[in-house]
Design a protein around this ligand. Structure first.
Ligand code: CP
Ligand code: NVA
Length: 305
């Protein structure tokens, strides 16, 4: 039997996303009403972190407990993963003892190799290339505030990184557009992003042009985890890619601002914008938990009536 994994956004169809987003809304309503929902009773999730995390850890761990399951937390430093046990061996062993695995690691190839040797579904909790759980939460958050995202324009300001790549995948699959503006040398790469064509995104030299008439403006740290050695060069290169009031004014009057967090006020975004009335970053963070509960349930149980 083939195992279903969630390694990148394109692993599900638009129709599966429609189901997941609806299910996440139901699970969120139940959570808010303190209604018990133990669909994953006796199931165990292993969470493997090779990079730091606050939101991903708390949202998966709290989410799994709310579904009646339990979690095992592993890091590179406290497991044999940090002592060169082959990823394939780790996958074979861990997946005999748990029902589901979430991994945050470096190269996408690592999670692909783990999944290829896992008996149970594997979820991407962030790689250098992709962050699908975050984009799922972002789209859920957009819909909560503004309705369908189909046909809308998302402005991506900053690094052509894992978040940008995943936005491109989502746009191609769900029928919206991304306007991307990055400094030279930090562009999105269509081959790495894994999109079929450039029909659903456009590249702008000037970030204000990318924000023009956008429905959502979003950005991310200038230096992602694993790229710390480039920090100083990036600070200089990204100085004009700080989301500020001028960029937000170029967008539609009811445009939202999102940031996957953690944020650096005064670097990629001003305090006025991230703490301002258009920002939905706290809903966005909370929604990680609701969409991931729907995701875990779907991977283990399939569609629920
Ligand atoms: N947005 C996000 O993935 O946050 P963490 O790095 O805290 O998990
Ligand atoms: N692009 C950032 C996202 C952090 C959640 C990183 O990879 O570090």
């Amino acid at each position: 039997m083939t195992v279903k994994h969630y390694l990148q956004f394109t692993d599900f169809t638009a129709e599966e996303y429609a189901y997941l987003l609806e299910r996440a809304a139901l699970l969120k309503r139940k959570f808010k009403n303190y209604e018990k929902h133990h669909s994953l009773a006796d199931r165990t999730l292993a969470m493997i972190f090779e990079k730091a995390s606050t939101r991903t850890r708390v949202s998966f761990e709290a989410g799994m407990y709310q579904l009646g399951g339990s979690v095992v937390h592993l890091t590179t430093g406290d497991s044999q993963l940090g002592r060169a046990e082959p990823i394939e061996d780790s996958a074979k062993v861990i997946s005999r003892m748990v029902d589901l695995v979430m991994i945050r690691t470096f190269g996408q190839d690592k999670i692909e190799r783990f999944a290829a040797h896992s008996r149970v579904p594997v979820i991407n909790g962030l790689t250098n290339e992709f962050h699908p759980c975050q984009i799922l939460a972002d789209i859920f958050t957009y819909i909560e505030h503004r309705g369908s995202i189909a046909g809308k324009t998302v402005a991506w300001v900053g690094d052509g990184n894992n978040m940008a790549n995943t936005w491109l995948q989502a746009a191609e699959l769900l029928g919206f557009r991304v306007h991307v503006s990055t400094p030279g040398g930090y562009e999105v790469n269509r081959a790495i992003a894994g999109v079929r064509s450039n029909a659903s995104y456009a590249v702008f030299e000037n970030p204000i042009d990318a924000c023009r008439d956008a429905d959502l403006v979003t950005t991310d740290v200038w230096t992602s985890m694993g790229f710390e050695a480039e920090n100083e060069a990036r600070r200089q290169a990204f100085a004009d890619w700080r989301v500020d009031d001028t960029m937000m004014r170029a967008a539609k009057p009811d445009a939202l601002f999102m940031h996957c967090l953690p944020a650096h006020r005064g670097e990629e975004v001003t305090a006025e914008v991230i703490d301002g009335p258009q920002s939905v970053v706290w809903d966005e963070a909370e929604n990680r938990m609701h969409v991931q509960k729907a995701l875990m349930e779907y991977l283990l149980l399939g569609r629920q009536p």
